[in-house]
Design a protein around this ligand. Structure first.
Ligand code: ADP
Length: 514
């Protein structure tokens, strides 16, 4: 919210700055014409002209300072503009504001103040002093970049107004030549420096506005100095109208572009925040899963233990029908245990808490243990498990025994799970291929197979083939994800091959030899 408001304030700042520059330009143009006026009537005309801009200089400046300092007092600013409008009407349509001039320094016609003009003069001084006091106060409490911005702004505007106000002296018959006007030219230099160095405002907007403003002034001057009613003057006025139109379009499009850039920056910041929040939520989720997983383990072990004791008849003879039910409880609890440990592993991986205990391990031994564990399972499905060891029995790999066990048991378990009754599963253990230094374990089955397009993504989190979902809705698609993570942490390689669906598949694991 604060950023949006700031972005809005910046755009308004540019707008006010642009118009403010225009008022100063009007003054400059008028002052030049006054300087070269030879007769009082002409000088009077240019005084009135210059004051179209001058009237609004202190008002726009105060407005600018208000936005720059992020002060909010709209009614105050609007009443200033209203007052400015009254002076403008007085200047354009009456002779109560400026009605005569007098010669000073034998060369320049200065306006002669009227009471109405005097009130404007007081208004000018009060606003300028007030704005500078505001700037000064803010300067004292600001820090860092902001302090430097205010400092430059203050020095620039102070010099501008201080020098500029010397123009008032000869109006009141004070014989001091307004040479201090020169400091006004420091104003744009200092402001320009501040803009560039301290990013006071957006430089591209300033450039566009300066370009447009100078074009307007150039063409206005041409229109004014060309012969009244001539073709040239008409052409210049037409040109002026076109450049005013194009200039406004250009300015708007630059402002729009800046706005959208600021909007993108804001969105990126928001996104960053949201991302951070998501990360925290994700961490909290992993933490929760890990906690819940640990809590579930103990009761499940108890259920499994007591059920198996019941089945074995440790608490007395159990009827055949009850035994069947108990066996179902037992297998379901086993699935539940597997799911829980998978979730635990997942949270370990995601929180980076996966720990390994690296040793030289006998891979053939691990496979044999697994075969013993899965024997019952396979037999129930009428599946023959065959181990073809092409290495000498004592080939050793470098790794964490339990984790390697987890990887291979998952592959063989899958091979059984995704094969029809009566098929066979062959486990190969091969010597390292030339130059790889890695022993190869391959688990080959003749089951449902995998579509070649699907093979790559199966090692991702929660990925499963459509076919497998139909026949085994209980899988989570996490086993291969862990296997990949573990194998990669062992500097090994895991991949799968399948001719096509229905033709079986083979999973390969390469592990570095110890
Ligand atoms: P799960 O078996 O619990 O779904 P895995 O990560 O172990 O999870 O396997 C991911 C998916 O890969 C399985 O759901 C299945 O679609 C496919 N898959 C794994 N092994 C085999 C296999 N031997 N034959 C056919 N598909 C398999």
């Amino acid at each position: 919210m604060a950023i949006i408001m700031l972005a809005r304030a910046t755009t308004r700042l540019h707008l006010i700055w642009g118009v403010f520059c225009m008022t100063v330009i009007l003054w400059g143009l008028g002052a030049y014409q006054i300087g070269i006026s030879q007769d009082p009537a002409r000088a009077l005309f240019w005084w009135k002209f210059a004051y179209i801009g001058v009237i609004f200089i202190p008002i726009m400046f105060t407005h600018f300072v208000y936005i720059f300092l992020e002060r909010k007092k709209r009614t105050f600013i609007w009443s200033l503009y209203l007052l400015g409008l009254i002076y403008l009407i007085g200047n354009l349509f009456t002779d109560k504001f400026i009605n005569s001039v007098h010669l000073m320094f034998d060369s320049i016609y200065f306006l002669t103040p009227t009471p109405f003009y005097n009130s404007y003069f007081a208004f000018f001084i009060i606003l300028v002093v007030y704005s500078h006091i505001l700037l000064w106060k803010n300067y004292k409490i600001a820090s860092g970049l902001r302090k430097q911005q205010i400092q430059y702004f203050f020095i620039g505007s102070f010099l501008g107004f201080f020098g500029g106000s010397f123009s008032f002296l000869p109006e009141y018959y004070i014989n001091i030549y307004p040479f201090m006007n020169l400091t006004v030219s420091f104003y744009p230099i200092i402001m320009g420096f501040a803009i560039l160095r301290y990013r006071l405002m957006n430089i591209s907007i300033i450039m566009a506005q300066l370009l447009v403003a100078s074009l307007w002034v150039f063409i206005s001057v041409r229109a004014l100095i060309s012969e009244f009613g001539s073709h040239e003057q008409l052409l210049n006025i037409a040109l002026l109208l076109i450049t005013v139109f194009v200039g406004i379009l250009l300015n708007n499009s630059v402002i729009k572009e800046i706005k959208s850039r600021e909007e993108i920056e804001r969105l990126a910041k928001d996104l960053e925040g949201a991302n951070e929040e998501l990360k925290q939520l994700d961490a909290a989720k992993s933490e929760f899963i890990s906690l819940a997983g640990h809590q579930l383990r103990a009761p499940m072990t108890a259920i499994k233990g007591y059920t198996s004791m019941l089945i074995e008849g440790s608490f007395g003879k159990v009827a055949e029908r009850s035994k069947e039910a108990l066996e179902r409880i037992f297998t379901s609890t086993e699935i539940l245990t597997k799911l829980t440990s998978e979730l635990l592993d997942l949270s370990r991986i995601e929180t980076g808490k996966m720990r390994y205990d690296f040793n030289s391990v006998n891979i053939a031994e691990i496979i044999q243990n697994i075969l013993r564990e899965l024997e019952m399972n396979a037999r129930n499905k009428g599946i023959a498990l065959k181990f073809k060891n092409e290495t000498k029995n004592n080939i050793r790999v470098f790794g964490d025994m339990d984790k390697i066990h987890e990887v291979i048991i998952n592959l063989i378990d899958n091979a059984i799970k995704y094969s029809g009754e009566g098929k066979e599963v062959v486990i190969w253990l091969k010597n390292p291929a030339n130059g790889t230094g890695r022993a190869l374990v391959a688990v080959e089955d003749f089951g449902i197979g995998i579509n070649p397009e699907e093979i790559g993504r199966l090692f991702g989190k929660f990925e499963r083939t459509e076919e497998s979902k139909k026949i085994r809705p209980d899988g989570m698609g996490l086993g291969l994800y862990f296997a990949k993570k573990i194998v990669e942490d062992h500097k090994g390689r895991i991949w799968a091959e399948s001719k096509c669906q229905g033709k079986g598949s083979t999973f390969f694991v390469e592990l570095p030899v110890a």
